[in-house]
Design a protein around this ligand. Structure first.
Ligand SMILES: [Cu+2]
Length: 199
């Protein structure tokens, strides 16, 4: 009797383990470490995030480009593999006072349509993805239109988050309205600025 009961429990336990294993397999590669009860909390985590730059015309508000989603949340201590798709074929040249934002900082493995990039001509910048508090700055070139096909420019890079908190991301290229291009979309949440949360 007792032996039968024990065997039944063993089967249930094995089933639970199998289910746990299946769940881990569906998650990110790092999730597999969670199947071990003694897994350390600080296991390295890689998260994949994507943002898309839409022109004002695409979202029916000409002159109001946006990087969406405006809010991104990643786990503390994680490495963020970011992909930004730029559908904007227009430049927003960086003025001399902001020319430093044509240089990538705080990220590794930056590529734009597969080409390694460390900086670009300030006049060639379409937008930037900048998180001042984390030292992250990525200059983003225009969507190529030579072929006539509207494929976005694909911008990829990685960075490790070293702090927790809620930080502002913003575009530093004057792509908004007003005499200096810094108004409108540039000064409005969920257009050219938003929130990057590490929690
Ligand atoms: Cu912009």
């Amino acid at each position: 009797m007792n032996r039968t009961k024990g065997q039944r429990w063993a089967v249930v336990a094995a089933g639970a383990l199998a289910a746990g294993g299946a769940i881990a397999a569906c998650g990110s590669a790092s999730a597999s470490s969670s199947s071990t009860t003694a897994a350390p909390k600080a296991a390295p985590v890689v998260v994949h995030e994507a943002m898309t730059i839409l022109t004002g015309g695409m979202i029916h508000d000409p002159g109001w480009p946006a990087i969406v989603p405006g809010s991104v949340t990643v786990p503390a201590g994680s490495t963020v593999d970011m992909t930004i798709y730029n559908y904007d074929d227009g430049t927003a040249p960086l003025p001399t006072s902001l020319a430093n934002y044509a240089k990538a900082t705080g990220v590794t493995n930056l590529t734009e349509n597969g080409t390694a990039v460390s900086s670009m001509d300030p006049s060639a910048v379409s937008h930037t993805f900048t998180i001042p508090a984390l030292g992250v700055n990525v200059p983003i070139g225009v969507m190529p239109t030579a072929t006539g096909v509207k494929n976005p420019l694909v911008v990829q890079f990685s960075f490790k988050v070293t702090k927790t908190g809620s930080f502002e991301w913003q575009c530093m290229a004057p792509c908004g309205s007003g005499s200096d291009g810094m108004e409108g979309a540039m000064a409005t949440d969920n257009f050219m600025k938003g929130t990057f949360t590490v929690a």
